[in-house]
Design a protein around this ligand. Structure first.
Ligand code: Q9C
Ligand code: ZN
Length: 677
């Protein structure tokens, strides 16, 4: 079993630089690479990764994607003087040649291929390559937008050829549209290309008609090109997460890729002068964490853009930390996508409805009058600021963002506990749990009695009281941040979970998310808002579900395969991310209506919340389930998702009804705008 994270960095790629003055290209500086690497060093992440050397991509490999002519032009620049370099550069939109550009671009290609090899050969689980020049704007016959060779596209073609892969997912979270990548795979159904990008109704570079949501691919490739245009600047964490929940992830799970490659531009992060977006570095931890659940964890992250050095460095670190399996930092701030983001999401869903089974029963419709169209008119009428003025605001902003990030990163990283998983060992053998699981002693009876008195004591029999012992010890370790998560077996999971919830709230936690799977008799009082219960069970709960802190989700997983993903992505995660819990308790009781792979997926995805603090309580008749959950908790392996079964119309309607009922309260559920707006 592969483990570890590859890191590819070669200082030589900092020798490619702009030799003359050009205000369009001067942001693509060598320090982008060196300072990101320094930042990784300062977080002690470099030493935790497996170093993999870069190599030159061969001519043959470059020709997998590019024309011979393009290769020859690039090659010929090696011996040119400045004047000649300038002249060739002018043939392209936003590109500069340096005598070392060709060598660096070949190293960038080779670095991407080395990463694919390391992951595909099983030397590592995943990895990141820090490369320059970037690649995603580069086309078969043209350099473009700081890109000479399309590193990611070559990596995908290489993986198809060398490893016989039939399904590769490319996620392009750079703030620009990777039109080069789109052109290369437009007709190719074996590569699913997803890109979000600043668009502003085609005002923003590269200002192409084909960057809009209705470019879905051509011929056999129809449905395998996904464009999510952002029509406003200032998109933030919740907009990005909504895009993943309601567009990318359900598609990705249906597509079931064998390898995921990220065109990893960080110009979509806060402070970037190009992107003008608001997403903070930790959102990239979440995006990475989600993608790690696909393709058995085979994830190759390849650098594209990112021009605010501090923001870039922090975001790179968040990505690598997450690849290494560290707890996922909590997203802070109000969790609600903006209207313009929801409009874009609605339109791309409508455009893809003909091609994806998970969308088949959704009542998606195109939105013609976008709220941002009038906004655009207003902007065009106001006096445009001079170049100088905007430069000043930009510089001020750069410094401001630097200060903000310094404080912000301290706040989100300091409270993070180490990842350790606690479990009690009395009921199982030594080798039952995966490595890194810490076995703990149980608590004695008088202590338990003292803790339980005050609530439920009257309901508790002697022998069940004893069983609460292991639960308390583990929960306490989580609450005191000695461990990150834990798992306990219990003869009465419902009771244990209810007591655990009460105990956590008494300890001082403000928001505890509780996911109950199966028949749970004991539902604690959720009225104070300090708990949010989602109860997944087969039969309708008698308790009414009008209360916003108690949600009953009737779901019986399909016997043929796993169709639970649609409920997890379309409902449970959006609610959970809206709530922003400090702890997640997951309890599995008798008569569970979900299979092991569904529950494992749920646990793996819930690690994105509450700084990965999860307490799992499992009915002790479910020993085989415990092992899988323990694996998901340590982040060791992503369980195979099982056969893809699209949700039935009935199930889609169920989610739709719940979404309608709760989306005013839990805003991350929004994926279409309400009628009449
Ligand atoms: N008026 C990457 O992020 N801007 N490339 C051109 C022309 C070019 C960005 C503006 C931005 C290229 C990899
Ligand atoms: Zn970019």
């Amino acid at each position: 079993m592969a483990s570890g994270t590859a890191l590819i960095y070669d200082e030589e790629m900092t020798t490619h630089k702009l030799l003359w003055s050009d205000p369009i290209c001067d942001i693509e500086v060598p320090e982008r690479l060196s300072s990101s690497y320094e930042q990784l060093r300062s977080y002690h992440l470099v030493e935790r990764c497996v170093p993999v050397p870069a190599r030159e991509g061969s001519e043959e490999e470059i020709l997998l994607v590019h024309s011979l002519e393009h290769l020859e032009v690039a090659k010929s620049t090696q011996t040119m003087n400045e004047e000649e370099l300038k002249r060739v550069s002018k043939n392209y939109d936003a590109f500069f040649f340096h005598p070392s550009t060709y060598r660096c671009a070949r190293l960038a290609v080779g670095a991407a291929l080395q990463l694919v090899d390391a992951v595909m050969a099983g030397k590592v689980h995943n990895g990141m390559a820090l490369v320059r020049p970037p690649g995603h704007h580069s086309q078969r016959n043209a350099a473009n937008g700081f890109c000479l060779f399309n590193n990611v596209a070559i990596a995908a073609e290489y993986a198809k050829l060398k490893y016989g892969l039939q399904r590769i997912l490319i996620v392009d979270w750079d703030v620009h549209h990777g039109q080069g990548t789109q052109y290369i795979f437009e007709e190719d159904p074996s590569v699913l290309y997803f890109s979000w990008h600043r668009y502003e109704h085609q005002e923003f570079w590269p200002s192409l008609r084909e960057s809009d949501y209705d470019a879905v691919g051509l011929g056999k490739g129809k449905g395998f090109n996904v464009n999510l245009p952002w029509n406003k600047v200032g998109m933030g964490n919740s907009d990005y997460l909504a895009a993943f929940f309601h567009v990318l992830l359900p598609m990705a799970f249906e597509f079931d890729p064998e390898l995921v490659i990220v065109s990893s531009g960080y110009d979509s992060g806060i402070g970037d002068p190009e992107g003008q977006m608001n997403a903070t570095p930790e959102v990239f931890a979440h995006l990475t964490h989600f993608l790690m659940q696909l393709a058995n964890g085979k994830l190759c992250v390849i650098l594209e853009g990112g021009y605010h050095l501090k923001s870039l460095g922090e975001s790179v670190c968040m990505t690598v930390k997450t690849l290494l399996g560290d707890p996922v930092p909590q997203i802070t701030g109000e969790m609600a996508p903006c209207l313009s983001a929801v409009e874009s999401i609605q339109n791309v869903r409508a455009a893809h409805k003909p091609y994806w089974k998970w969308l088949a029963y959704e009542d998606t419709s195109f939105l013609q009058n976008l709220s941002t169209k009038s906004h655009l008119l207003k902007k065009a009428n106001s006096n445009p600021s001079t170049e100088d003025e905007s430069q000043i605001t930009n510089n001020n902003n750069t410094v401001k963002v630097e200060r903000f990030l310094e404080l912000h990163m301290k706040n989100i990283l300091l409270p993070m506990p180490p990842i350790k998983t606690a479990a009690t060992g009395s009921e199982v053998s030594e080798h039952f749990f995966p490595e890194h699981v810490q076995l703990v002693k149980e608590m004695d009876k008088t202590e338990i009695k003292a803790l339980v008195s005050g609530f439920y004591a009257d309901l508790v029999k002697e022998e069940t009281l004893l069983s609460l012992g292991s639960m308390f010890v583990i929960l306490d370790k989580i609450l005191k941040k000695e461990v990150c998560n834990g798992i306990a077996a219990s003869p009465t999971a419902a009771l244990s979970a209810a007591v655990a919830l009460r105990h956590s709230v008494r300890f001082g936690l403000q928001r505890v998310l509780c996911v109950f799977v199966g028949d749970m008799q004991m539902i604690p009082n959720t009225e104070d808002g300090k708990m949010l219960v989602i109860n997944i069970c087969e039969k309708e709960q008698s308790r009414k579900t009008s209360c916003k802190h108690y949600i009953s989700l009737n779901w019986k997983e399909d016997a043929e395969g796993n169709d639970f993903f649609s409920a997890v992505l379309g409902f449970i995660l959006p609610v959970a991310y809206s709530y922003q819990p400090n702890l997640t308790v997951i309890a599995v009781g008798p008569n569970r209506s979900l299979g092991i792979s569904g529950i494992s997926l749920l646990v793996a995805l819930l690690r994105g919340l509450a700084e990965s603090r999860i307490f799992a309580v499992i009915e002790d008749t479910e020993i085989s389930l415990m092992q899988s959950i323990a694996k998901a908790l340590v982040g060791a392996s992503t369980p195979p998702f099982g056969i893809y079964v699209p949700p039935t119309q009935e199930k889609v309607n169920k989610i739709k009804a719940l979404r309608d009922q709760f989306q005013q309260e839990w805003k991350m559920l929004q994926c279409s705008v309400k009628d009449g707006i």
